[in-house]
Design a protein around this ligand. Structure first.
Ligand SMILES: Cc1cc2nc3c(=O)[nH]c(=O)nc-3n(C[C@H](O)[C@H](O)[C@H](O)COP(=O)(O)O)c2cc1C
Length: 200
């Protein structure tokens, strides 16, 4: 119930003043963040604004403070269009008016490794774990600033690697669109605490 009233107050927050957005509590930021698949073509995002989001993402924890995550930001319209064409039909359509596409990668062989050897069965998957944490900070900070995002795992990583000159030592993970919502998406159903938790 609380979340619904929060949505009523804040989900249209993209049209509110930045002051209103910065007054959101953490729970309000979480409640109003949604995957946004339609962006306002009139509203742009600056490099400075993206830098603010990455500054927050840098604060995310990582394996032994390895900090394996890297961000490649397509912000000039020509590069945005080139990356967009590598997202598949539905992601391409859904990001048609997103002003910025951010590609995240992680440097392999660091997180999950001890002296060059995998520390346990997950190996480089810990790099993906660190990237997810960093991306989570990024999208929540974006919401706090009044922007909206869509994390996309469906993308042509080889094509993106070529266009952005991403070295082979890095694994391409998600592409994240950043922009402003035109309407408030529904909240997809979630499992309950009891569905996903066992206490001992
Ligand atoms: C790792 C990951 C990959 C995703 N890939 C896509 C994608 O390629 N296209 C898309 O439309 N949504 C994608 N999503 C968004 C999810 O569908 C979305 O987070 C989920 O349905 C819950 O909705 P919400 O984000 O609005 O809470 C992805 C999300 C994550 C975390």
């Amino acid at each position: 119930m609380a979340a619904i009233s929060i949505m009523g107050t804040f989900a249209t927050g993209c049209n509110d003043t930045p002051k209103n957005q910065q007054e959101m509590t953490f729970d309000e930021i979480v409640a109003t963040r949604r995957s946004v698949r339609q962006y306002d073509p009139e509203k742009k995002i600056s490099e400075a604004e993206i830098r603010t989001l990455i500054e927050t993402a840098i604060e995310a924890p990582s394996w032994a403070n390895n900090q394996p995550v890297r961000y490649y930001v397509a912000i000039d319209p020509e590069t945005v269009q080139k990356i967009r064409e590598l997202l598949g039909t539905s992601n391409m359509r859904n990001t048609a008016d997103a002003p910025v596409l951010v590609v995240s990668t992680f440097k392999k062989g660091g997180s999950g490794f001890f002296r060059g050897t995998p520390a346990n069965e997950l190996g480089d998957e810990w790099g993906a774990y660190d990237t997810g944490l960093s991306n989570a900070y990024f999208i929540l900070k974006a919401r706090e600033r009044g922007y909206d995002t869509l994390i996309m795992g469906m993308r042509d990583s080889d094509g993106i690697r070529k266009i952005l000159n991403i070295p082979n030592e890095e694994e391409v993970t998600a592409v994240i669109s950043v922009g402003y919502r035109v309407s408030d998406p529904n909240r997809p159903a979630r499992k309950s605490v009891d569905d996903i938790t066992i206490f001992f």
